[in-house]
Write a protein of this length. Structure first.
Ligand SMILES: Nc1ncnc2c1ncn2[C@@H]1O[C@H](COP(=O)(O)OP(=O)(O)OP(=O)(O)O)[C@@H](O)[C@H]1O
Length: 347
């Protein structure tokens, strides 16, 4: 059934390669116009899921739908609705940029009368007008990635899927590609996989974390922080003793704890990290109480977001716990065998 608000619907997707369960019961939906980040360690199943969505791989079981249509039901329809940029996108190095896009427009069956306009639009969107007559093999990696994106958006598809679009790019090129992806927001539904976590956070509305073929976290960066981090950290630059600071904190909420303190600078100020469980915002109370205290002098106060890296580590560590439980539940491992070693908890 057509579901216009969800351009992508995935239900209980499984993909086995021999004994390897590359995708193990993944379900998710993506709203029209959203940018979604796929995160996961190497071998988690990201590329396999993306390839199933594009119709390149067939799922062992489960359903993947694009614009309400199962990808296996009408490959022709799916081909027109999806722009795909695979990892290490192979491009014909001896063709010129425009020549290549002309060829791709034909392959994508864009009507002849619309091809010129489609190529102009893609060249312009990817800032490739000046490079349109250059030979692809002579372009930098960043330019080549832009050619790959121009190809992906050429037929104005509903869904764009990009596997590691910024891999191997320098920071300038990363910013360019990131801005380009952000410019698609609202117009196209975009799925990108990347190992560059700050980039995913900056670009994506939703993040899906995959590990061992299963989804272990799903939501906006803020929702994921709430689920996996569960505390808020404030950083205060303050003049005064730790004793006085502890007293002041206790008067606001007994659970506010000093997590870390720096050395004092030449003016006697130390940077202190204060932590509390839960998402409640204590900034105003903290600022007022510390400013009003006769023996304390705050110079700055800010709440610190946990980096997405911490969320990623917590999410993938948690799934190791689940794997442990599964092993115990199914008794596939005798009790005498050594258990899986967890990474040391992060302080
Ligand atoms: N064609 C294939 N034949 C056999 N095994 C495969 C095949 N493709 C993927 N796999 C296996 O499936 C699992 C998931 O691989 P996949 O490439 O989807 O992971 P990924 O999350 O994209 O990893 P990476 O970040 O390294 O690209 C891995 O164990 C991989 O070795």
């Amino acid at each position: 059934m057509d579901s216009p608000q969800h351009t992508i619907e995935v239900e209980q997707l499984h993909k086995r390669f021999g004994k390897v369960e590359a995708v193990n019961g993944i379900s998710f939906q993506v709203e029209k116009g959203q940018i979604v980040g796929f995160l996961g360690p190497n071998g988690a199943g990201k590329s396999t899921t993306m390839r199933i969505l594009t119709g390149y791989n067939r799922a062992s079981s489960g359903v993947a739908k694009i614009c309400g249509v199962p990808v296996t039901e009408d490959p022709h329809f799916i081909k027109r609705r999806i722009g795909y940029m695979p990892e290490n996108n192979p491009l014909p190095l001896d063709l010129r940029v425009r020549e290549y896009l002309k060829y791709r427009a034909k392959v994508k069956e864009i009507p002849f009368s619309e091809r010129r306009r489609a190529i102009e639009n893609a060249l312009e969107a990817c800032d490739l007008l000046r490079a349109q007559d250059r030979i692809i093999g002579k372009l930098s990696k960043g330019y080549r990635q832009r050619v790959g994106i121009a190809d992906a958006i050429l037929a104005n598809p509903d869904v764009i899927i990009m596997d590691e679009p910024t891999i191997g790019l320098d920071p300038h090129q990363v910013v360019m590609i990131r801005d380009l992806i952000a410019s698609l927001r609202g117009r196209m539904t975009v799925i990108i996989s990347s190992h560059i976590l700050p980039e995913i956070e900056m670009t994506c509305d939703q993040i899906i974390i995959i590990n061992h073929g299963k989804i272990v976290g799903k939501g906006s960066p803020e929702e994921l922080r709430e689920t996996f981090i569960g505390h808020t950290t404030y950083e205060v630059e303050i003049h005064g003793t730790i004793d006085k600071l502890e007293q002041a904190l206790a008067s606001i909420a007994p659970e506010l704890e000093i997590e870390r303190t720096s050395e004092r600078d030449a003016d006697g100020f130390a940077t202190v990290e204060i932590q509390i469980k839960g998402p409640q915002d204590y900034r105003e109370q903290l600022f007022q109480t510390l400013s009003a205290h006769p023996d304390l002098r705050p110079r700055s106060l800010r709440s610190k977001k946990a980096p997405l890296e911490d969320v990623f580590l917590a999410a993938t560590r948690r799934s190791w716990d689940e794997v442990d439980e599964e092993l115990v539940d199914t008794q596939t491992v005798p009790a005498s065998e050594p258990s899986i070693q967890h990474p040391a908890p992060k302080n």
